[in-house]
Design a protein around this ligand. Structure first.
Ligand SMILES: Nc1ncnc2c1ncn2[C@@H]1O[C@H](COP(=O)(O)OP(=O)(O)OP(=O)(O)O)[C@@H](O)[C@H]1O
Length: 301
């Protein structure tokens, strides 16, 4: 049996059969060290996060593979969103937050001095729980990012300078809306205000906005929790499609959703501890940790 098979075996070593008191050190070593083919797209190592004196993440190490969906699950307050925000340094915006440890993107440290945060967040895009389109036209929501990053030049000055990118803008808007499965629904009203779209459409627009700047990684913090079941199903389908091209990391409260859409699942439990990480089927069908099993079977959380 290979090392990976052995690690993924459903048989629990005798010393692991504990009640609720597994040693977190043992757990970290044995049940969070998920191995997959290829290099990690994002690798977090020994991440500790504090809000003031309060520790919200405890030495979390987790490798995210490319072109797949990684779900982060766990009870409220266990640090899922905090961890997600570490992956594009969004916690930098929270005054009381301090982060220790390392996160690499394609092998490069994102916490080094001198990292360009605008560029980082372009490569590691984020979609939030509540759809938050700009109060602008559908088209402008998409072209805002590329314009800001200097990839699109439109308007009067650009025309005067002879470098009008209007055609490129049309192409980019259509491409992003198609990739977000929204084009068919909005192509006849691109100049309408985005706030007139339904909640589910607004969320797909936010995903299109994220795709428009050509990211490597897409972070999603409960992207469907504010949506009805039909809109949720569309977002879930879209997430699975996006995983053909991107590393997608999704925080969700909804365990069925994690089981449906993700390739691997990381389970955080109270206190900001990553307790188990592995293939989604293994986590849901044969969790190694008793605490994870209790959480998944609804005994707490
Ligand atoms: N901006 C903040 N300032 C202070 N404490 C915070 C902040 N954000 C989160 N926390 C605290 O950090 C801990 C982890 O919170 P976090 O939001 O990451 O958990 P979560 O698992 O995503 O929770 P939920 O599922 O409820 O969204 C909690 O104790 C929370 O109160």
């Amino acid at each position: 049996m290979s090392e990976t098979e052995s690690r993924n075996s459903t048989a629990q070593p005798e010393q692991r059969v504990t009640t609720t008191g597994e040693s977190s050190e043992e757990v970290r070593e044995e049940w969070t060290d998920y191995e997959f083919a290829g290099d990690a797209k994002i690798a977090a190592e020994d991440l500790d996060v504090y809000y003031g004196e309060e520790k919200a993440l405890q030495s979390v190490s987790l490798d995210v593979p490319d072109e797949s969906v990684t779900a982060l699950i766990g009870p409220s307050g266990c640090g899922k969103s905090t961890f997600l925000r570490c992956l594009n340094r969004m916690n930098d915006r929270i005054k009381s937050a301090s982060v220790d440890g390392s996160v690499t993107l394609d092998g490069e440290e994102i916490y080094s001095d001198g990292v360009n945060l605008v560029e980082l967040r372009k490569r590691v895009g984020m979609v939030f729980q509540e759809p938050n389109p700009f109060p602008k036209s559908i088209k402008d929501n998409i072209s805002y990012g590329p314009r800001k990053h200097g990839d699109l030049d439109t308007g009067l000055l650009a025309r005067l300078l002879g470098r009008d990118d209007t055609d490129e803008e049309h192409e980019l808007v259509e491409r992003a809306l198609r990739r977000a499965a929204l084009w068919e629904e909005v192509n006849d009203r691109l100049d309408d205000n985005a706030l007139g779209l339904s909640g589910g459409q607004q969320q797909r627009l936010c995903i299109a906005r994220c795709l428009a700047v050509d990211p490597d990684v897409i972070l999603m913090d409960e992207p469907a929790s504010a949506l009805d079941p039909i809109a949720t199903a569309k977002i879930e389908d879209l997430i699975e499609e996006l995983a053909e091209e991107y590393a997608v990391v999704v925080v969700t409260h909804n365990m069925q959703q994690a089981a449906r859409i993700s390739d691997q699942t990381a389970v955080f439990l109270t206190g900001g501890e990553l307790v188990e990480y592995g293939e989604t089927d293994q986590i849901f069908e044969h969790p190694r940790s008793q605490r994870v099993e209790d959480y998944i079977t609804g005994k707490f959380g």
